[in-house]
Design a binder for this molecule. Sequence first.
Ligand code: BG6
Length: 494
Amino acid sequence: MNNIIKPEPTIIFIFGGSGDLANRKLIPALYNLWLDGNMPDKFRVVGLGRTKFTDDEYIREVNKGVNDYSRQKGSKDTWLKFTENVHYLVSDVFDDKSYKAMGKMITKAEKDFGAHPNVIFNLAIAPGLMDDVVTKLGESGICKDPECTRLVIEKPFGHDLESAVALNTLLKKYFDESQIYRIDHYLGKDAVQNILVFRFANLLFEPIWNNNYIEHVQITVSESIGVGDRGGYYDKSGALRDMIQNHVLQLLSFVAMEPPVSFESDEIRNRKVDVLRAMRRFKKEDIPMNAVRGQYSEGWAKGEKAKGYIEEVGKKTQTETFAAVKFHIDNWRWRGVPFYVRSGKRMPEKASVITIQFKSAPHQVFPEATATRVKPNRITINISPDTGIKIRFQSKRPGLDMMLNPVEMKFNYSETYTDKQPEAYETLLHDVMTADSTLFMRSDEVEAAWALLMPIITHWEDNLAYDFPNYAAGSSGPKPADALIAQDGFHWIS
Ligand code: BG6
């Protein structure tokens, strides 16, 4: 039994059809949806790009991505059947003829399907092309029907507040907000959506989810990999823009939001925007005490010698590969509870973890000698690679005496459920096809996140990081990040 909605007939155009994202994520996600019976009965996937592929050559190309990255491989037969619906259009984003050709493909699909299809344009393209593509799509007339036409915008959504506002303004010139799906793939992860279920489908946790009981919150999104061959993009971005502005602030919003009235898209997004708006704005002089940046030097990662960031990108650069920030949320629920977040590349492990650290029990009933190991309650929400939740509480150790010991109660997705978790992109693309924008970022959310970080971005741009590189590949980040949390008497929980 499930309540998965079957999408209406759909044609999906993938700008950047032969690019990395299409290969690693988009085509494998669509194939998995199809294998699981969750694609529309009638659909077409059209890769767009300048490379002169035929349909068959394109299908061979994306087959490599499926072999390397797909959750399920299917069989030769299933792949052949799926790819009957996969096409390629040699196109140039600057050329009107390409948009006319897309228009013709839609008309043909409508005739073949016997129904007007939903038309999805997935913009998996370099940020520099975004304005041109949006304008061309808007002016081409192929998006006339707002009910059926949707735009999927991949990150980065802008480079700063100004460019994000400009992109939103341009999008709104041609499209309604309901047609725009800004992707943050973290929201497609089951364990992230589970934060809402954990908080709002249970009675136990919400009454204590506030500053009376919670001492502080930590969010760590660490990666053991370096930037590899993504240096061209990454060096213009850095950890704050690449991870904190989107994924980390989205996690924080889920943890901190007020209970929504319903699971309706705008209701959820309103509550998230409330959090971002309540977050304390940094004054210039507050930044050194509240934000730390780092860049990795060479070191050892997972037992192997790893290059430093400068060697990887081939130039001396001020781009940060690590960022840690202490945030405050100025509202009734969170007043006085610091939220420490950090994200970095070339850290010891890949781990996305949220820690809710509770205060100590107000009164210690048990004699001190029995309670030497007592530790305050803690909820750990594992997003990846482990997915699940752990709750730490005290127990009595077995024996004639009364000795206390902290233990953990664990929920783990893979141990509890036999169903495989879909990849984030499967959930998100299915949501686009069924017009559910709950897990996508609204324009005001994106802008609020940029607005919050702009003072740090500006401060870092104006002040050189003289200590770069300041952490060794494979270590837990720069020393000042430890000081950031230690100044409040806490430490990062790994
Ligand atoms: C992307 C970032 O959005 O998220 C990458 O651009 C990062 O730099 C990736 O590696 C991490 O995603 P995940 O799902 O592997 O944690």
